[in-house]
Design a protein around this ligand. Structure first.
Ligand code: 13P
Length: 284
């Protein structure tokens, strides 16, 4: 199956009551872990890189070349999306599309609503002319590096309806209490608001800050129209715990196959657990 955009992938997920994982990647080992696991479990998958990750990895063309190249070399058959996570400007989204990303998020949620709608509309026009999907955000997902350390701001119902109606965006992140990184205590997600927004806008909803949310709450999100769930922190933690163990067990080791490559097994376990929890196994 070739690289695809998210439009049909997420509509199918919403129809059939599961969510597709977006997994942020930080290096090549990460990518192998995510794609191998999705292929083994026959799950559709969205590979996410935020602008800071794109820079770390080398740039837009490196990201696209790495993912498409791996898919080709390993003969993956699952549908995969190369998604720009938290694209911070029209120019950044256009550059991603021109480099071969199949999907972009325009995160202009810190701008006043009129400006958020205006830039999202511009991105949608460019993206749809190139058969690329677009995600937008209303309110603020809280937390750290993915969007510059914002405070949680609950999405307003009317603003969500306007955003979807006026821009033609393909999926929407209504920030409803989720946080990038670790939660302080139990997450407090706005489930009633999620249901109301989902019913009003009809398009698939997205949940950011998917790490650390209890399974029962994840299921409730999926029941309320969430069809894409983003996960980064749990993989980052599991990878580094395993890496520290490996280094401690053999302090003289200088073979990356026994350290960084081996530590990717911890990511595979997390990704497998998310695919099972989100219900995307055998949905490829
Ligand atoms: P976590 O790091 O909390 O899993 O969130 C990831 C995310 O939402 C990326 O956009």
């Amino acid at each position: 199956m070739p690289k695809v955009n998210m439009i049909e992938m997420l509509q199918k997920a919403k129809r059939e009551g599961y969510a597709v994982p977006l997994i942020n990647i930080d290096n090549l080992e990460w990518l192998h872990a995510v794609m191998d696991t999705a292929q083994r479990l026959q799950s559709p998958i969205i590979i996410g890189t935020a602008p800071f990750q794109v820079e770390e990895l080398g740039g837009m063309h490196t990201v696209v070349g790495m993912i498409d190249g791996l898919a080709k070399d390993k003969g993956y058959t699952i549908p995969y999306v190369i998604h720009l996570d938290h694209g911070d400007s029209y120019e950044r989204c256009v550059a991603a599309i021109d480099a071969g990303f199949s999907s972009v998020m325009i995160d202009a949620s810190s701008l006043p609503l009129e400006e958020n709608i205006a830039v999202t509309k511009k991105v949608v026009a460019y993206a749809h002319a190139h058969n690329i999907s677009v995600e937008a955000e209303i309110g603020h997902v809280g937390g750290d590096e993915f969007n510059g350390g914002k405070e949680v701001l609950y999405a307003d119902f009317d603003e969500c309806v306007r955003m979807v109606k006026e821009t033609g965006v393909d999926c929407l992140t209504p920030a409803l209490g989720s946080v990038h990184g670790d939660y302080k205590g139990e997450p407090k997600l706005g489930f009633d608001e999620m249901k109301a927004i989902s019913e009003a806008v009809q398009i698939p909803l997205v949940l950011h800050g998917g790490s650390g949310i209890p399974d029962e709450q994840i299921r409730k999100c999926i029941e309320r129209g969430t069809a894409k769930i983003n996960v980064a922190t749990e993989n980052r933690r599991a990878y580094h715990i395993r890496l520290r163990e490996l280094l401690a067990a053999d302090p003289n080791c200088i073979d990356p196959m026994k350290t960084t490559w081996s530590a990717r097994r911890a990511i595979e376990q997390i990704v497998e657990s998310k695919i099972l929890l989100f219900g995307s196994k055998n949905k490829a």
